[in-house]
Design a binder for this molecule. Structure first.
Ligand SMILES: [Zn+2]
Length: 142
């Protein structure tokens, strides 16, 4: 089997509207030992090679469905397969078509908009902010 590229995998996930993270899927099988093998079953030293990545992606999809581990794109009705965080730290999902694209000529301010998930340390945690405000009020009224 020829392993898919990220582009091929994304195209297939889009074609079949699968609830499968392309990055997780690729990382999983690229980092398997040896690469592109399934987890060894009981009594097996080495897992079976992946024979058909499209059918394997379908299996991931149905596993995610049965575990109710699926998300909808925040821009359309397709499954969201890329996760990001908004300014308050809450996650949101995007399909292959609506994933965030790096902008050219990027600067620091723009980076926070293009890659919100990479700046979570700088974002305000809603709960922390609420606790801070509640404690401030307690100080006033005690
Ligand atoms: Zn979408």
């Amino acid at each position: 089997m020829t392993p898919p590229t990220l582009d091929q995998l994304e195209s297939y996930i889009k074609l079949r509207n699968l609830s499968v993270s392309p990055r997780k899927f690729l990382m999983h099988y690229e980092d398997s030992d040896p690469p592109w093998t399934n987890k060894p079953r009981k009594g097996q030293e080495v897992g079976e090679p992946v024979k058909n990545w499209k059918l394997t992606a379908q299996s991931w999809h149905f596993n995610n469905m049965s575990r109710a581990d699926t998300h909808i794109c925040s821009m359309c009705k397709n499954y969201g397969v890329y996760v990001y965080k908004d300014a308050t730290g809450l996650p949101y999902w995007r399909c292959v078509d609506h994933k965030l694209k790096p902008k050219s000529g990027i600067n620091k301010e723009m980076a926070s908009e293009a890659f919100p998930h990479t700046i979570k340390l700088e974002t305000v945690n809603k709960n922390n902010e609420r606790n801070r405000q509640e404690n401030a009020l307690k100080e006033i009224y005690k």
